[in-house]
Write a protein that binds this ligand. Structure first.
Ligand SMILES: NC(=O)c1ccc[n+]([C@@H]2O[C@H](COP(=O)([O-])OP(=O)(O)OC[C@H]3O[C@@H](n4cnc5c(N)ncnc54)[C@H](OP(=O)(O)O)[C@@H]3O)[C@@H](O)[C@H]2O)c1
Length: 227
């Protein structure tokens, strides 16, 4: 929770939006009134995922499907939801389209099979790896790593919080607004270097899920006023 951005975001592209996390975020943002484009490596897969979502969205709300590059080109904000093994190649493929745009990186650097153990890449975190690929001037925000997809593809209230780190305060404010519009409480968690904490937290939450047979463990900030 912090001051809200004054920048108007209209179109959100989700690269790798055919997967579990991306589809869930797409559903929430489409319902909130944003133009949402599902991105994929394959146009047919993107259109099929968009069609799946359109079946469950209200009649007046429609998402679109495009290949990742076309989706990114159309968007004000590009969200990346791909497995860590696809992180660098996908970013390299989108680098041209991401200039002047905000990238919201949701990628968690999980290294199967030991996904309950925190294993950061040489760059320090997935977000810092994105910075290495996109360059020092890139605007990167890291968020939603601790929100299980199980929470997203429905209309229920989400009690887990979202910690938002990023390269600049305005970009973080924009993503805090997107977080709120998706029905979640977000907190400005500071510079992009802090993303290592949220990315690492996901392995801990997966471990807790394993212990309790649950699927959607999350975190909540306490001790400060909430909206
Ligand atoms: N699932 C969750 O609950 C959750 C929660 C928080 C964070 N995350 C993180 O969010 C990211 C996405 O998770 P997910 O569960 O949505 O993943 P996913 O369903 O396994 O994959 C998402 C999409 O990534 C694309 N993809 C897969 N392999 C690829 C490759 N080799 N190259 C390029 N694209 C590839 C695919 O899209 P196309 O084939 O259509 O291109 C796929 O539909 C991961 O980093 C994950 O750790 C997930």
């Amino acid at each position: 929770m912090t001051g809200e951005s004054v920048v108007n975001i209209h179109t959100i592209a989700i690269a790798g939006g055919t997967g579990k996390e991306g589809k869930g975020l797409a559903y929430r943002w489409a319902k909130a009134g944003y133009r949402v484009i599902i991105g994929s490596r394959q146009l047919e897969k993107a259109m099929s995922a968009a069609n799946d979502l359109n079946q469950i969205l209200p009649d007046e709300v429609r998402v679109e499907g495009m290949v990742n590059q076309d989706a990114a080109r159309e968007a004000d904000v590009v969200v990346l939801t791909v497995p860590f093994s696809a992180h660098i190649p996908t970013l390299e493929g989108l680098k041209g389209e991401l200039r002047e745009k905000i990238l919201v990186d949701v990628t968690v650097p999980l290294v199967p099979p030991k996904v309950t153990k925190v294993q950061m890449p040489p760059a320090g975190s997935a977000a810092l790896e994105a910075k290495q690929v996109l360059g020092e001037d890139a605007r990167i925000v890291s968020a939603f790593q601790n929100i299980s997809y199980e929470h997203l593809l429905n209309d229920e209230a989400i009690t887990c919080d979202v910690l938002v780190t990023g390269t600049d305060k305005e970009a973080r404010s924009i993503v805090l607004k997107l977080t709120k519009d998706a029905g979640m409480t977000g907190w400005d968690a500071g510079p992009i270097e802090n993303s290592v904490v949220l990315e690492g937290m996901t392995s801990i939450l997966i471990g807790i899920n394993k212990q309790f047979g649950s699927h959607d463990a999350g975190i909540q900030i306490t001790g400060v006023p909430r909206d």
